[in-house]
Design a protein around this ligand. Sequence first.
Ligand SMILES: [Zn+2]
Length: 169
Amino acid sequence: MPKKLPKLAKPGAQPVYRSKPLQEHVHDSYKSRGKLSEPTLCPQCGAVFHKGRWQWLPKPEPAHSEMCPACHRIHDNFPAGYVKLEGEFLAQHRAELISLARHIEQREKAEHPLQRIMNIVDEDGTVLVTTTDIHLARGIGEAVRHAYQGHLEIHYNPEENLVRVHWKR
Ligand SMILES: [Zn+2]
């Protein structure tokens, strides 16, 4: 598993490589679960931090207020997962593939509030799906391969908590 992966040219995306202090800051920002008081309510999406994880629950009263990691990543436009789809099959079945990705998101998000698609962008004949969590990116890639075969590569970078999924058919 390579440590350094080629960057995807994504217009408007934040650079994946970051200097050390900023990287540590980023990690702190998105992984502050242990410090949260309970219950904490995300003012953006309404998810509730309860029993050590973010869940969809009725709004607790009173509650602390802090943005959940998924909303934080969306706010910062800083994905954890990149799923790149390409090939001739994609060109003919784009809508089906995107619909499948959305379906996986809905299924995962229903149980796990932090699993969300951030953007779906067409670029140079490919489709790039960005996600708030590495598990959703992996799940979308595996679902696409399961449904349509093709070639799937998954590269996980533990230092940056980043996953890049590449599917081609
Ligand atoms: Zn939220």
